[in-house]
Design a protein around this ligand. Structure first.
Ligand SMILES: Cc1cc2nc3c(=O)[nH]c(=O)nc-3n(C[C@H](O)[C@H](O)[C@H](O)COP(=O)(O)O)c2cc1C
Length: 225
């Protein structure tokens, strides 16, 4: 698979098959992903992978807590900036509308939308979760490094026929994640990622999200042609 094919075929997969992912494949993906660049080569990422019994135990803990704490535990960082402004506000809105349109859920049907969102906490059926954390003393530049590491994982996964869904939804369970993984106190949980084989028959996976025109985010100067 060419890099361009991996980039183009990566989408946020929201319905997975239960087919397990072998340990050697997960390890190979992480080994390859660690070639990501990082400022000063700090490699400021930490990743914890769960599958099988530990994953079932973890999801069971969250499911039980959801009964008394439906909104989770709050978050340690702003998942979005407060008072999200334009054009970002509209992009976020459009992305949600397009997603629910693929599922045939109208705007008025809030319960159905919430039920779909709650599928985040079942990993959309994926057999593997990756949890990404970072040393709290790190700054915005190192958070960017973690993003590049995550992108490498998502692209390399495509070469193995696997799909992913990065999931900041897990941020509202940061205490439970940290406790379950026994993260050192210095580490802040950032984001989860579902990993597995896509269920190609599920309409939700047909969503192809929009992107802004190049001119909206790029300038090019000094090129000859
Ligand atoms: C850091 C990060 C966190 C995300 N968190 C979630 C999430 O919790 N649940 C979800 O369904 N999608 C999540 N997404 C997926 C985005 O909605 C998605 O990347 C965006 O709409 C573009 O669509 P695409 O990934 O299919 O190209 C997240 C993406 C990123 C990069």
């Amino acid at each position: 698979m060419r890099v361009s094919e991996a980039i183009d075929s990566r989408i946020s997969c929201r319905a997975f098959r239960a087919t397990p992912v072998p340990k050697n494949i997960v390890m190979e993906i992480l080994e390859m992903a660690k070639r990501a660049p990082s400022g000063g080569n700090l490699q400021p990422w930490r990743v914890d992978a769960l599958t099988g019994t530990p994953l079932a135990d973890f999801l069971g803990i969250v499911r039980a807590k959801q009964r008394t704490q439906p909104a989770g535990e709050g978050t340690e960082y702003h998942v979005y900036p407060p008072n999200l402004h334009e054009p970002y506000r509209s992009r976020r809105f459009k992305c949600g509308e397009d997603l629910y349109a693929t599922l045939g859920i109208p705007r008025e049907d809030k319960p159905a939308r919430l039920r779909h969102f709650a599928r985040n906490y079942e990993l959309f059926g994926a057999p593997v979760v990756l949890f990404f954390s970072i040393d709290r003393r790190m700054g915005v530049d190192q958070w960017a490094d973690v993003g590049m590491f995550m992108q490498n994982i998502m692209l390399r996964a495509r070469e193995h026929g696997l799909h992913t869904c990065p999931q900041e939804a897990w941020a509202i369970w940061y205490r439970t994640v940290a406790e379950f993984l026994q993260l050192p106190a210095d580490y802040m949980f950032f984001c989860g990622m579902a990993l597995g084989y896509m269920d190609e028959n599920e309409p939700v996976n047909k969503l192809r999200t929009e992107r802004a025109q190049l001119a909206e985010f790029a300038t090019l100067q000094g090129f000859d042609t």
